[in-house]
Write a protein that binds this ligand. Structure first.
Ligand code: ATP
Ligand code: MG
Length: 452
């Protein structure tokens, strides 16, 4: 590539320089002819025809006309072998004309007779005109061209080799090193020894190396932390599992002491049972969350109103009570989703709402609404509760972190959000203030959903 580029640049230089060469050559000829003519003028008598021929031969021209004043003077002449084919006036020729004429000489191999007009040197007259053959001119031009070409090839070859070595040393080598490091690091990203140590001197590559090093350091750190968390997760799961089994046995015994003859024991039994039940629930929730992922949704089409009624009944909202439940959905609305998972999502939201209302001690309402448009189904769960506590709002949908309710695990919303995400949808908080809270579930209808 370097070779080609340098040659291209040389061509750009070559064309004007060959034109210049031709103009210089012709000027030189005019000068020689002028000297020859001056020899003639120097002698008062006519010079001998042999001397005249010799003067013209030396100047490599056929005729010389030197005009010293208004009278045109034919000074030297010899027979012209062919008619004159072209006239060149060097006094007026611009750069383009010179280039054009030079190219013409180069591409016309046959010998032509031309007339060249120019200014005599040293103000030795008004005009000088010579007739000459293009053969010597062309020969000199070709020799000059081949010289330039040879030098160009040499320059470009040397440049190419130097550039190639420089690129290899400054760019290709360091890039290869970075790539090698990346591959090595990818094999064992936990190994901190494989993090690249920046060493290049080229600024941009150095920056790339430094960025890579910092990324690798962060990644290695994150992986280590993740590994520790995974180990911790595994331990928590095992503990939860065994703890749940122990607590389940405890539940059985607590069941029995409810019927104790001792009134104090019998009185404490329901509280004990409630505590154990909560502990079992916590263990089960932890275990469920520990299963890294929910299974992919098994989509079916079902009537939304039925599902909503089922959930409210399961949550104990069907009858009269402190919390009233209103279902407001488009009549006959059917949804294409995993019914079981959507049941869990809704029951989590409704349970939270019920618990929030109950905690205030005042009656309240939960409203479930559903509708559809061309792109999605939208399900709303709103309540007239006290709104989300700050802690819950700051860690919304984050497992174990948002729980602000006594006895809650802080998993409900995280699980609900994950299940909705599994459907390609999203769970969002629409509003939460002292008048209540509203969540919205968006389920997309795209592609697969419509197939059913
Ligand atoms: N509708 C709501 N109104 C007021 N606060 C709410 C509402 N929904 C959730 N919250 C708050 O957000 C917190 C997080 O809810 P989330 O369901 O994730 O966990 P949790 O209810 O505490 O525990 P669980 O895992 O048993 O559901 C709750 O503790 C509660 O304080
Ligand atoms: Mg909850």
């Amino acid at each position: 590539m370097t070779l080609v580029f340098v040659l291209l640049a040389e061509v750009l230089i070559f064309v004007p320089s060959i034109a210049r060469f031709r103009a210089d050559f012709l000027l030189e000829k005019l000068k020689q002819a002028q000297i020859a003519a001056l020899v003639q003028l120097a002698s008062d008598e006519m010079i001998s025809p042999e001397l005249e021929a010799e003067l013209l031969r030396n100047a490599e021209v056929f005729n010389v006309v030197l005009r010293r004043d208004e009278v045109r003077q034919l000074v030297l002449s010899s027979p012209v072998p062919k008619p004159i084919e072209d006239d060149f006036d060097l006094r007026t020729a611009g750069p383009w004309a010179l280039i054009k004429d030079a190219i013409k000489v180069m591409i016309t191999p046959e010998d032509r007779i031309i007339r060249v007009i120019g200014n005599p040197v040293q103000e030795g007259g008004q005009l000088i005109e010579v007739t000459l053959s293009t053969k010597p001119l062309r020969k000199a031009m070709l020799a000059y061209a081949s010289r330039i070409l040879g030098i160009s090839v040499l320059i470009s070859a040397v440049t190419a080799v130097l550039l190639f070595l420089a690129v290899q040393r400054l760019m290709v080598g360091p890039i290869r090193r970075v790539v090698r490091h990346m591959q090595l690091y990818a094999e064992a990203p936990e190994d901190a020894r494989r993090v690249i140590a920046p060493s290049t001197h080229v600024v941009e590559l150095r920056q790339a190396e430094e960025a890579l090093a910092s990324m690798q350091t962060q990644l290695t750190g994150a992986l280590k932390q993740k590994e520790r968390l995974a180990q911790l997760g595994g331990a928590v799961a095992r503990i939860s599992h065994d703890l749940r089994n122990i607590l389940t046995s405890a539940q059985l015994f607590a069941d029995r002491i409810e019927g104790s003859a001792d009134p104090a024991v019998a009185k404490a039994a329901p509280k004990l049972l409630g505590s154990i039940t909560r502990a079992v629930n916590l263990c089960e929730a932890t275990l469920a969350f520990g299963k890294a992922e929910e299974p992919p949704p098994r989509l079916t089409r079902f009537a939304f109103a039925d599902l909503a009624a089922e959930v409210t009944e399961a949550e104990g909202l069907a009858g009269e009570g402190m919390v009233t439940c209103l279902i407001d959905c488009t009549p006959g609305l059917t949804i294409w989703a995993d019914r079981e998972q959507l049941f869990r999502v809704l029951s989590n939201l409704i349970r939270n709402a019920r618990q929030a209302i109950e905690a205030t001690g005042a009656p309240g309402t939960i409203e479930i609404g559903a509708g559809e448009d061309a792109t999605e189904w939208r399900i709303r769960v709103g309540d007239t509760g006290p709104g989300l506590p700050v802690k819950a709002r700051e860690h919304l949908f984050a497992a174990f972190q948002g729980g602000a309710r006594k006895g809650g695990t802080g998993l409900g919303l995280a699980i609900a959000a994950e299940l909705v995400r599994g459907h390609g949808g999203r769970l969002e908080l629409v509003r939460s203030d002292s008048d209540g809270t509203e969540f919205a579930i968006h389920l997309p209808r795209g592609g697969l959903a419509e197939a059913g």
